[in-house]
Design a protein around this ligand. Structure first.
Ligand code: UTP
Length: 270
């Protein structure tokens, strides 16, 4: 079945970027001249999505303002054959809860979830690569992380692995390095069965006292399965200051009109 609906959970607090996130949503932080959410939209469009659902909340109105402008003024955001909807998450109770807020707009079809703070540079579209390989199981994008990083991610317990796919027999949210079953970490791209809502609605808070999407994926392994997808391209964790800075430098270094600024900066420092 073709996947055409994508959920952007943008209801998080962004505490790692305080104080700026008191007034500016994390998803509106810029890589030079475009906010993170803009790149995520471009990736979703390139993957053929035509229904865009943003799960937003108090203090995030600049995201709506931004897209009002973009849809009117930019030919890149030509969504004549699609639609954009906003649904509110009254309080930030975790990624799983944010996804649950989109339930009534999804209905009974598989859908995508994208975290804009995972910025992925790809020759085409990371999400598009996933939809092209979608097999009906819950599918998550995975990257290998260093053992000392596993406690920041959902980590797969591997049943079997091929060049591009990791079949999971279990998954743990933010395990300690000692407890982690692998270094295959979930990053913010998901293709999910709508049955996930039946699980999320009954889920108790998990790690960090939040409703964890990972916990729902774990419960669904016996019925639906869970597949990690090793995508092409480069991912930057723009939920962290280090990752955002690295992404900005990387994008600038690829831009002919900006590269000299970085080179000159280091020359002056030397
Ligand atoms: P994070 O785990 O990065 O949390 O969320 P956060 O609150 O945004 O940031 P920190 O950790 O406090 O710095 C991953 C994704 O899930 C969304 C976030 O907006 C981000 O896209 N999210 C998280 C929600 O939409 N609602 C929530 O309740 C929590």
């Amino acid at each position: 079945m073709k996947i055409r609906k994508v959920v952007f959970p943008v209801g998080g607090l962004g505490t790692r970027f305080l104080p700026i996130t008191r007034a500016i949503p994390k998803e509106m932080l810029g890589i030079i001249d475009k906010p993170l959410i803009h790149y995520a939209f471009e990736e979703a469009m390139a993957a053929g999505m035509d229904q865009f659902i943003l799960v937003t909340r108090h203090g995030k109105n600049s995201i709506e303002d931004y897209f009002d402008y973009m849809f009117t003024h930019s030919q890149h955001f030509n969504i004549k054959n699609g639609s954009v909807c906003y649904v509110r998450q009254n309080e930030p109770r975790g990624l799983g809860h944010a996804v649950l807020c989109a339930k009534n707009l999804i209905g009974d079809e598989p859908f995508a979830v994208m975290s804009a703070d995972d910025f992925i540079l790809h020759s085409k579209s990371c999400l598009g690569e996933m939809t092209a390989n979608y097999d009906g199981s819950n599918m998550v994008a995975v990257v290998r992380v260093a053992p000392e990083e596993v406690s920041k991610y959902g980590i797969l317990d591997v049943e079997s692995e091929s060049e591009r796919l990791v079949i999971a027999k279990s998954v743990d949210e933010k395990p300690s390095a000692a407890m982690a079953k692998s270094t295959h970490a979930i990053v913010g791209r998901y293709l999910l069965s709508s049955k996930v809502f039946d699980v999320l609605v009954n889920l108790k808070p998990g790690v960090g006292n939040e409703i964890q999407l990972t916990d729902a994926l774990l419960k669904m392994i016996p019925s639906i399965g869970l597949t990690g997808f090793k995508f092409e391209g480069q991912r930057f964790d723009c939920g962290s200051k280090e990752g955002l800075l690295e992404a900005i430098l990387h994008v600038a270094s690829l831009d002919k009109s900006l590269k000299h600024v970085i080179d000159n900066f280091w020359e002056k420092k030397a």
